[in-house]
Design a protein around this ligand. Structure first.
Ligand code: CAA
Length: 276
């Protein structure tokens, strides 16, 4: 693949959008390659994914404006569907996906981060939906996910004004879970860059998730996602089924046996989790 790289560290997969010259903007090829990268993830082996952008400056600076500039109405709609199909695949991917937002997350960049389960960002990150300034609406789920993630009023304000916000404001409104700062020594010199600190924090979180029972983690993702789409009476039934599904698994048996043995050493041991 030309614009997407994939590497594995322990049981964590790292997908990097690597089109740095265009600030990792999403053209059709990048969308196709991302699709391919997600399809290629070994779901038996990998327990958490990190999605990030190459370089220090940008996570994703949006959908490719050059590619969109001459689209017809029908082509515009088809381009929106292409992005939406991929982002929905990410949102419903069985394994948790952490967006490590290392800079600009504008338009389609903010939108792809919102299709991930968790967003953590560097202190240099900038979020926004600048589309109305370009004469279009957000087209890769921004009108839907931003309103659900923050609040309808805040989403409308950000989208109508096309105002970019910095990491601290994104944190304040609940768009990101964590902001990671560069490490600085007593002399004020940067010892760990914001990007490196971000990736270390993302990996730490991902490895923490990967150490837990994979069936339980996947079922939690499904329960939360599916439950949010329906009313509470149906939502708790979804939870009951996914809760029940965890029983009789090796993880459930070993996890509970470890606790009941009351052996402090053993209790703290990581259960050798299996998928079945
Ligand atoms: N599409 C295509 N190319 C882009 C791009 C985009 N979204 N964003 C940046 N680039 C390219 C620039 O054209 C430039 O290329 P050249 O070197 O060949 O000229 C390169 O990346 C570097 O960009 P800048 O020179 O502009 O860098 P800067 O530091 O001066 O500014 C920026 C950075 C503020 C992010 C600015 O690039 C910018 O505003 N980019 C566009 C952001 C945007 O509007 N995104 C929304 C797109 S619409 C969308 O996403 C629709 C949707 O919902 C599906």
């Amino acid at each position: 693949m030309e614009f997407v790289t994939y590497e594995v560290q322990d049981r964590v997969g790292i997908i990097t959008i690597n089109r740095e010259k265009a600030l990792n903007a999403l053209n059709s090829q990048v969308l196709d390659e991302l699709n391919e990268a997600f399809d290629g993830v070994d779901q038996g082996e990998i327990r958490c994914l990190i999605l990030t952008g190459a370089g220090e400056k940008s996570f994703v600076a949006g959908a490719d404006i050059g590619e969109m500039s001459n689209l017809t109405k029908a082509e515009g709609e088809a381009f929106g569907k292409k992005g939406n199909d991929l982002f929905r695949k990410i949102e419903t991917f069985p394994i948790p996906v952490i967006a490590a937002v290392n800079g600009f997350a504008l338009g389609g960049g903010c939108e792809i981060s919102m299709s991930c389960d968790i967003r953590i960002c560097s202190e240099t990150a900038v979020f926004g939906q600048p589309e109305v300034g370009l004469g279009i609406t957000p087209g890769f789920g921004g009108t839907q996910r931003l309103a659900r993630l923050v609040s309808p009023g805040m989403a409308k304000q950000l989208i109508y004004t096309a105002r970019n916000i910095k990491a601290d404001e994104a944190y304040r409104i609940g768009l990101v879970n964590q902001v990671v700062k560069a490490e600085v020594n007593e002399a004020g010199e940067v010892t760990v860059s914001a990007k490196d600190a971000l990736m270390a924090a993302a990996l730490k979180m991902a490895k923490g998730i990967a150490a837990n029972a994979p069936i339980a983690v996947r079922n939690c993702k499904k329960a939360i996602n599916d439950g949010l789409q329906t009313d509470m009476d149906k939502a708790i039934v979804i939870e009951e089924k996914l809760f029940g599904d965890c029983f009789e698994t090796e993880d459930q048996k070993a996890g509970m046996a470890n606790f009941l043995e009351k052996d402090k050493e053993k209790k703290l041991k990581v259960v050798p989790f299996k998928n079945k």
